[in-house]
Ligand binder design. Sequence first.
Ligand SMILES: [Zn+2]
Length: 363
Amino acid sequence: MIELLKAHKIEKSPWKAVNQLSSKYEKYSHEITKIVLEGITFLLNLRLKKAHDDAPLIFKGRIMYNPKDGKSIKLKDWKRLEESIIKYLNIEKSYLQEKMTDDSYFLGTLLNRLDEMNRKKSTLKSFDLKIPEWKKYDYSDFDMDKLEISRQLSGIYLQDVTDRTRSKIQKVIVEGVRNKQSKHKVFQELWDSEADLNRDWDRVIRTETAMNSNNGFLISQLRAEPDEKYIFMKGISSGGACEYCIRFISEKVVILLEGPPEGGEDKVIVEGLEYPAIWPGKSNYGRKPANYWVAIIMHPYCRCSWNRWYRELEEAGMKISNRSKKWGEAIEEIKGRGFKEEDKQFMIEVNMLFKQKLETKEK
Ligand SMILES: [Zn+2]
């Protein structure tokens, strides 16, 4: 984990609302951790009151151990606990995998329809994500399938977290039993694991909200320009992006496709120039860093994104800046030849030289 953290810096999204969305769910998941830990401490004190069967756990207890009553925990207590934890975490997992994925997709969809300035600045509050209007944004059945796959994928990653949570807690309790630790000691260790458990949640939540808001963003882009043959996109990273993101995303021009091109490669040639292709869902999952390719996000904790890019604009922009550079050069050269700016001949000379410069460029 520490190695991973080193390799993959925690990045910010260029879009404020995406950062806020992942913070919202990180907070929510920390609440889950707290509820589980509180519930365990409560239950291990055998203060469980029978609740109706649907209630996953009774969790409004506080830490109520009595350090003087340092009895060790019985393994059978753990069995009962484990069931409750699994049930509770499973409910939360299902909720998160749906709601978090849908929110992220729809936020991305809405962000796509803003200009870049507003995309950067708008806060989460300014978006209504309650009932995503997929139809209104022309989501096809194919897109809805993609969304469903993303929900399932998030579910798998979240399942990893809930499994780890359960086994980490189990370890604390079973070790406690084996070593005949006092309840006091076990509680201490449980609560010491809180930060660790939260870090597991954060990793998945940050990665998934970034991935899925980008997916929604790109689908929205594809649907907004159904007749465009080549949709160029340009990568955007926030300050402090890691070497992978600098290499593969930041300022990189790519072509947006519906899905992977034939043959498993990701290269597209447009007018003799080769561009990497991206498509909603393209990831580096299962790839070693040495084999990374341009993906929607590069790695865990990556929150880079994409903007629409117009090749024509860039070419026009280059022409303009090229011209103004040559104009500046011409002025300096004519000055160097001893002409004064106030001379009538000055502008005539500059114009002539400027024309020459443009022509030599053409050849
Ligand atoms: Zn990144």
